[in-house]
Design a protein around this ligand. Structure first.
Ligand code: NAD
Ligand code: UDP
Length: 381
């Protein structure tokens, strides 16, 4: 473990000031540094575009002048996340489950495939849907890209490294994943999605790239999604105990969503085959995260220690050398600024919420995990 002192990047910057690279999505052409052809993205499809990261990606693409078709079935996302784009003539919302084949009329320059439950709580609740969207959903999104001659970007994850034995994680590391463990539906779905993407590139000549996103946080996370950042913030704001799993000495490296999205659009523009880690190398323990959130919320909420989920990785920190060299990308939003923006968003939502039960979030990690243990039918999965 490297502790919390390797800030690497993440220098001070105002949140929302155009973090990451100067990637104007549609403004470059020519050969990318990664050997790919730089693409003008005039019209993009974003699967999972009504989710947390996807909705910010839709915003960034629209800000850069690209038309956007958002494809989502609202499994873990919401129309609320893109409601501000509803009247925008450059934005279309297609409500569809991408595990079923789909098509989009007209030209498409890039397909961003983000559809998938992403929080451990969500993929535990939807294990088969997670496996299916990683397999069938990725195939259908690739097939759309193939029909359109579009570049395909897979949003993969640091979870492909499992509980890593190499630290920080470099793209050449193959990972340490339990194929039948409690996180396997997500980890293996993403590993399969990477294999499917790499195979389409190697054997069918598809224009693809793979980004491995590390823990990302920011506005529009769901209070009940069970991830540490929204859970700690809702608990701290409510003055309820902050639920730290295990001894809290496990680490994560948190990237503000604007930085992550800047990395995604840079990768799509440059066209390096990947995989490319996109994350913030500033690593901290979960116990430190709980303290930071409590301080920034000016909360007196106590910490309680709760059981740690199975196969929860001990350490996580990206090596972003490839992203920096090939994309010219590095995160610029430091943790306190990003957390403050996120806390402000949650506080405003809490103040204005009608559905306080949802906004208040789970009382603890056990409560959040409890939903996963409820008996369900096959079609719920
Ligand atoms: P999210 O749950 O907020 O968004 C996922 C979106 O995909 C939701 O809107 C959901 O409704 C949609 N979706 C799921 N299954 C679908 C299906 N079959 N058809 C159509 N839409 C479907 O999660 P997120 O945090 O925004 O993550 C987005 C992507 O980024 C995911 O692929 C995730 O694996 C990846 N990622 C995220 C993080 C992170 O920290 N947020 C880290 C690593 C990777
Ligand atoms: N975590 C925690 N309390 C919570 C939720 C999560 O201590 O209420 C821990 C979790 O066990 C893990 C870390 O925070 O060690 C990050 O969890 P998260 O679900 O945010 O992301 P991931 O495990 O996918 O990295």
């Amino acid at each position: 473990m490297s502790g919390g002192n390797d800030t690497g990047s993440g220098t001070s910057s105002d949140v929302g000031s155009g973090s990451g690279t100067s990637s104007d999505v549609g403004s470059h052409s020519g050969t990318g540094t990664g050997g790919g052809v730089q693409r003008d993205i005039r019209r993009a499809v974003v699967t999972g575009g009504a989710g947390f990261v996807g909705s910010h990606l839709c915003d960034r693409l629209r800000d850069a002048g690209a038309a956007v078709v958002c494809v989502d079935n609202f499994l873990t996302g919401s129309a609320d996340n893109v409601a501000h784009l509803a009247e925008d003539p450059g934005f279309e919302l297609l409500v569809h489950d991408v595990t079923e084949p789909f098509d989009v009329a007209g030209p498409v320059d890039a397909v961003f495939h983000l559809a998938s439950p992403a929080s451990p709580h969500d993929y535990a609740r939807h294990p088969l849907a997670t496996l299916k969207v990683g397999a069938h959903g990725t195939l259908h999104a690739l097939e759309l890209a193939g029909r359109k001659g579009a570049r395909f970007l897979l949003a993969s994850t640091s979870e492909v490294y499992g509980d890593p034995q190499v630290h920080p994680q470099v793209e050449s590391y193959w990972g340490n994943v339990n194929p039948i463990g409690p996180r396997s539906q997500y980890d293996e779905a993403k590993r399969f999605a990477e294999a499917l993407t790499a195979t389409h590139r190697a054997h069918l000549g598809f224009d693809t790239t793979i980004v491995r996103l590390f823990n990302t946080y920011g506005p529009r996370m769901r209070p009940m999604d069970g991830r540490a950042v929204p859970t700690f913030i809702t608990q701290a704001l409510a003055g309820r105990p902050i639920t730290v799993a295990g001894d809290g000495l496990q680490t994560r490296s948190l990237c503000y969503v604007d930085d992550t999205v800047a990395g995604i659009t840079a990768a799509a523009r440059v066209g390096h085959p990947g995989p490319i880690n996109i994350g913030n190398p500033a690593e901290l323990t979960i116990l430190d995260l709980a303290d930071r959130v409590r301080d920034l919320c000016r909360s007196a909420a106590p910490t309680v220690f709760v059981p740690r989920p199975g196969d929860d990785p001990d350490l996580r920190r990206p090596d972003i050398g490839r992203a920096t060299a090939e994309l010219g990308w590095a995160p610029v939003v430091d943790l306190d600024k990003g957390l403050t923006a996120t806390i402000d968003w949650f506080a405003a939502r809490l103040a204005g919420a009608a559905d306080t039960a949802d906004v208040a979030g789970p009382a603890n990690a056990t409560e959040a995990a409890g939903a996963a243990a409820e008996p369900r039918t096959l079609t719920d999965l």
